[in-house]
Design a binder for this molecule. Structure first.
Ligand code: PGA
Length: 253
């Protein structure tokens, strides 16, 4: 069993209406009742922007944390129709944001923007869940490590506090596909990434790295033996309280 605090982060993507709060309530009841927890793990849910303020108000001081799924690359206020800045997120009482999800990269979010997003989010004291991951072609061409190194190097900076950054390794070929890397494959990548971040940015502790891509109750056991893993970013299976709770229950069984 892996050591240290684990993160179970639910990424709802484009899912959720006000009544979906019942999903969070059920997860919360489990979390509060789980006597075995003892700060072993944290739960963060990332609903879409329409629900953020309402959900975070209702959850205040109740264990489960809320994250946004993205933030705009410019800060403060401005003439940017339809966008929400890190400053506005922080003022809602939110402390986490996902940045660089492959679905947003695929829609044209480039690394220059990601660099600005991370910079402005950190300036506003947000914690960041920074997503990286290779696609199937890159994997087949043995370019995984090169791609991951470049995605990290082009966005993160030596001056940053890496305690505020959670790196989410999410291979694109795994997201929503039901396919997951083998435990040996994943372990190798995590060890490589931790070493790389420590060396490149002069970080003296182990940076936290979570895994995302088709995590569910059927495959969660595969991940148990990987000590280097600090948690999970869970998409599809986070839309059902039962699935989400089963993942946590099985992980600690
Ligand atoms: P998935 O999504 O669990 O549905 O594969 C993970 C993610 O995109 O964060």
């Amino acid at each position: 069993m892996a050591n240290g605090t684990k993160y179970f982060i639910g990424n709802w993507k484009m899912f959720g209406i006000p009544s979906s709060f019942k999903i969070i309530e059920r997860i919360q009841s489990y979390f509060i009742a789980d006597k075995r927890n003892n700060n072993k793990y944290k739960i963060i849910i990332a609903p879409p922007f329409n629900l953020i303020q309402d959900f975070s108000k209702r959850l205040k001081k109740r264990g489960i944390l809320i994250s946004t799924q993205n933030c705009f690359h410019k800060d403060n206020f401005g003439a940017y129709t339809g966008n929400i800045s890190p400053f506005m997120i922080k003022k809602m009482g939110i402390n986490y944001t996902i940045i660089g999800h492959s679905e947003n990269r695929a829609l044209g979010e480039n690394e220059k923007k990601l660099e600005e997003k991370v910079y402005n989010a950190l300036r506003n004291k947000l914690n960041i869940i920074f997503c990286i991951g290779e696609n199937m072609i890159e994997k087949k061409n043995n370019r995984t490590m090169v791609v991951l190194k470049s995605q990290i190097s082009r966005v993160l900076k030596k001056k940053y506090n890496f305690k505020k950054i959670l790196i989410a390794y999410e291979p694109i070929w795994s997201i929503g596909s039901g396919k997951v890397p083998s435990d040996t494959e994943l372990k190798k990548i995590l060890i490589f990434l931790k070493k790389f971040v420590k060396k490149k940015f002069g970080v003296r502790y182990n940076p936290r790295i979570i895994y995302g891509g088709s995590v569910d109750k059927k495959n969660i056991n595969n991940f148990k033996s990987i000590d280097e893993l600090d948690g999970f970013l869970i998409g599809g299976a986070s839309k059902s309280s039962k699935n989400f709770i089963d993942i946590i229950r099985k992980f600690y069984k």
